[in-house]
Design a protein around this ligand. Structure first.
Ligand code: ZN
Length: 185
């Protein structure tokens, strides 16, 4: 399996998780952690259900994976997530020594890789994370976009989050040229 086909295969699992989140009334973000050809953990955003502001998909997946592998370091793993991670989740991935991050769509309000912050470009980090963005971007963007559209329609209130107001436009985001992004497409 080529790198791209492999990335899309695992991203589809993350998309499936995001759809489960949407059905549960949660912000639809899904994540999957893979080591070699093995899925170590899958989960989706559960902040509302758990009354836990840190229950983002990536955090839940890191916790599950740590338990599954019996190690707080998750070396040689790849994180697949439908939406560009926030600073909290990206920091957790650095702490965990995740080797590679693959994400779907941009997150204009809180994205920590290229949209709002450029966390991985900070000097002095003792771990580098390889990044590939824009994998199955359209599908990932559609899930989160339609979720907020529906919510806006039903509540008729402004949302304090970026997705609903802004369709991510990759061209308008400053390219993160310092990053290692060999598989971007
Ligand atoms: Zn997060």
């Amino acid at each position: 399996m080529s790198h791209t086909v492999m990335d899309e295969t695992y991203m589809k699992l993350a998309i499936n998780e995001a759809q489960q989140a949407a059905r549960g009334g949660e912000v639809p973000v899904g994540a999957v952690l893979v080591k070699g050809n093995r899925v170590i953990a899958e989960d989706h955003n559960r902040c509302i259900g758990r009354c836990d502001p840190t229950a983002h998909a990536e955090i839940l997946v890191l916790r599950k994976a740590g338990k599954a592998l019996g190690n707080y370091r998750l070396k040689d793993t790849v994180m697949y997530v439908t939406v560009e991670p926030c600073p909290m989740c990206l920091s957790a991935m650095i702490h965990a020594r995740v080797a590679r991050l693959v994400y779907g769509t941009l997150e204009p309000k809180f994205g920590a890789v290229e949209s709002k912050f450029n966390l991985l470009r900070e000097k002095g980090l003792n771990h580098r994370v390889e990044v590939s963005g824009g994998i199955l971007e359209e599908e990932c963007s559609e899930i989160i976009g339609s979720f907020f559209k529906e919510r806006r329609a039903s509540k008729k209130t402004g949302l304090e989050i970026g997705f609903g107001r802004m369709i991510p436009d990759r061209k308008k985001v400053t390219p993160n040229s310092g990053l290692k992004t060999p598989n971007r497409h």
